[in-house]
Design a protein around this ligand. Structure first.
Ligand code: PLP
Length: 227
C-alpha cells in the first residue's frame, strides 16, 4: 500500500466511527480530498485508492490538473476564494463550488455555465466567526443569497459551507458547526434545498460529522503536508 492509500483508509475509518457515534448512516458523508499544492501523482494515487471527489483552491494551479486528468472522471470541487476574472474556468470545469458569497459571482457563474453541462452545484459559504480576512456571508445574509441562487437556472443550490476560526477548542468548533446546521435547517424551512453541509477539515472533521456534516474537506490527513 502507498502512504496515500494507507492514510485514506485511516480517514475513512475515522469517518465511519464518527458516523456511528452520531447514529448516522454509513454512506452519509462525502470525503473531498483537498489536493491544492499536491502533485498530480498524489491525485492519481488517491483516485486509484477509490477517492472520486477532489477540492482545489486556486484556479491557476487547478487548470493543468483538470486538463491532465480530464479523462479520469474526477468530481472537482472549487473551495477557494472566487475572483470574478476566474469564474469562467470554474463554471466550465468544476462540478461543485463551496465558496459562493457574492451575488455578482453567482450571476457570472450562471451566465458562464455551459449549456451542455448540468447545473453547477453551489454551496453558500457562511462566515460564522465574523472574521474579516475570510470569505463567506454573515449568517443573516445567507437567505438573501440563497433566494438569488434559486432564480438562476444554471446553478443548483445544495447547501452551506463554513470554515470555523483556526485553533478553536473542540467545544467552540462544535458550536460553529451546530450553528451552521441550524441555519441550514432554517433555510430549508423557507423552501431552499439544503442537502449538503460542507464542514470539517483534517483538524476537526470528526466533530463536524457528529454535528451533521455531509461533506468533509480533507487535505493533510490524506496527502501529507502541502508543498
Ligand atoms: C486547505 C483547505 C482544506 C484542507 O485543509 P487540511 O487541514 O489540510 O485538511 C479544507 N477546506 C478548505 C477551504 C481549504 O482551503
Amino acid at each position: 500500500m502507498t502512504d496515500i492509500t494507507y492514510h485514506l483508509e485511516a480517514v475513512r475509518a475515522r469517518v465511519r466511527e464518527a458516523l456511528i457515534r452520531a447514529r448516522r448512516a454509513d454512506d452519509d458523508v462525502t470525503i473531498v480530498g483537498v489536493s491544492k499544492r499536491q502533485s498530480i501523482e498524489h491525485i492519481q494515487a488517491a483516485f486509484a485508492a477509490g477517492l472520486r471527489d477532489f477540492g482545489e483552491s486556486y484556479v491557476q494551479e487547478a487548470e493543468p490538473k483538470l486538463e491532465q486528468l480530464a479523462e479520469l472522471g474526477v468530481v472537482w470541487h472549487f473551495i477557494g476564494r472566487i475572483q470574478s476574472n476566474k469564474t469562467r474556468t470554474i463554471a466550465e470545469r468544476f462540478h461543485w463550488v463551496h465558496t459562493l458569497d457574492r451575488e455578482k459571482i453567482a450571476v457570472r457563474l450562471d451566465a458562464q455555465r455551459p449549456y451542455y453541462a448540468p447545473p453547477l452545484n453551489v454551496l453558500i459559504q457562511v462566515n460564522q466567526g465574523g472574521e474579516p480576512q475570510k470569505g463567506g456571508v454573515p449568517p443573516a445574509r445567507a437567505g438573501e443569497l440563497a433566494a438569488l441562487v434559486a432564480r438562476l437556472p444554471r446553478l443548483r443550490l445544495r447547501g452551506l459551507m463554513t470554515i470555523p476560526p483556526a485553533d478553536l477548542r473542540p467545544a467552540e468548533s462544535r458550536e460553529h458547526f451546530a450553528a451552521l446546521r441550524s441555519l441550514a435547517e432554517r433555510l430549508a424551512g423557507a423552501g431552499h434545498p439544503m442537502d449538503t453541509l460542507s464542514m470539517g477539515m483534517t483538524a476537526d472533521f470528526e466533530l463536524a460529522i457528529e454535528a451533521g456534516s455531509t461533506c468533509v474537506r480533507i487535505g493533510t490527513a490524506i496527502f501529507g503536508p502541502r508543498s
